[in-house]
Design a binder for this molecule. Structure first.
Ligand code: SAM
Length: 292
């Protein structure tokens, strides 16, 4: 086995060799602890039959651990300066493809078309750039790629919101958007000291596992997310007030909103944060004929 990239000494050597300076604007905080990397990869349950999609390989710290466990790794990196570095650090591995692209603009399905044919199992495993965590997760989920799940490091506060249960302060439209597709669990909290440079915020690793069946079947997923976003627009307001002010012509259609709430057995004075995903799904379907 080759010497790990993610030791403080080797990372420093690589950065020095290439005269690399970190770009804060790209969320560049590299992992320098091989134990954390081993733990992240173990949560992904990868095998020879797996392809791992990585967002932001950096200098390859996590990538090489993925290459050792998965059949194939496809890594998307936005920073051109890292391409020659990765070519060097990942040269011992013949099962890694680095794609130079902003993940938000990439056609992931096309980049992975040959892998989809060959590998049965697809996982996203990444130490995400924190400034775009939510758009990246939503893009990968909404594109309906056949992903089994994700094991991803992010800002702890975002991990708490994603995995939150109804009735808690952290619960909101992000919890619903993600938990509609996947079961969400925080599996590790991670100290700042394992990064170079150290981030200003605490970090956590979240594991997402696709539901065999969504928790509720709805007429229109997009509309479910619109109803949940509307319901949390002002957290202190009741669900009725939020829906009236956020849905198109909601004020004029108060009676219809009240009827839909009654049909679902939801008290109009409740706040959005008390509704489960199942209740949001039922409510979205009851509102659908009036607002879509
Ligand atoms: N995986 C490496 C590690 O754990 O040490 C680096 C993780 S670092 C937190 C995030 C990486 O994502 C950086 O390499 C950064 O250049 C890259 N990145 C930032 N924005 C990106 C985007 N929109 N698309 C693809 N990569 C991006």
């Amino acid at each position: 086995m080759h010497k790990d990239i993610a030791t403080p000494l080797r990372t420093q050597e690589i950065l020095k060799k290439y005269g690399f300076s970190f770009k804060k604007s790209l969320g560049q905080n590299f992992l320098i602890d091989p134990n954390i990397l081993r733990n992240i990869v173990s949560y992904a349950d990868l095998t020879e039959d797996s392809v791992a999609i990585e967002v932001g390989p950096g200098i390859g710290a996590l990538t090489e651990h993925l290459a050792r466990s998965a059949g194939q790794v496809v890594s998307f990196e936005i920073d051109q300066r890292l391409l020659p570095v990765l070519e060097d650090t990942l040269s011992p591995y013949d099962n890694v493809k680095v794609v130079h692209s902003d993940i938000l603009k990439a056609n992931v399905a096309e980049e992975l078309s040959s892998e989809f044919a060959k590998y049965k199992d697809i996982m996203v495993v990444a130490n995400l750039p924190y400034y775009v965590t939510t758009p990246i997760l939503l893009k990968l989920l909404m594109e309906k790629l056949p992903i089994r799940g994700m094991v991803v490091m992010m800002q702890k506060e975002v991990a708490d919101r994603i995995s939150a249960n109804p009735g808690t302060k952290a619960y909101g439209s992000l919890s619903i958007a993600i938990q509609y597709y996947m079961k969400a669990e925080v599996v590790m909290t991670v100290p700042k000291t394992v990064f170079m440079p150290q981030p200003n915020v605490d970090s956590a690793v979240i594991r997402l596992t696709r539901h065999a069946e969504p928790p509720v079947h709805v007429i229109d997923e997009e509309f479910l997310f619109e109803v949940s976003r509307s319901s949390f627009a002002q957290r202190r307001k009741t669900i009725l007030n939020n829906l009236q002010s956020q849905l198109p012509k909601g004020k004029e259609k108060k009676e219809k909103i009240l009827e839909a709430l009654a049909e679902c057995g939801i008290d109009p004075t409740r706040r959005g944060e008390t509704l489960s995903i199942i209740e949001f799904g039922q409510l979205a379907d009851a509102l659908y004929p009036t607002f879509r």
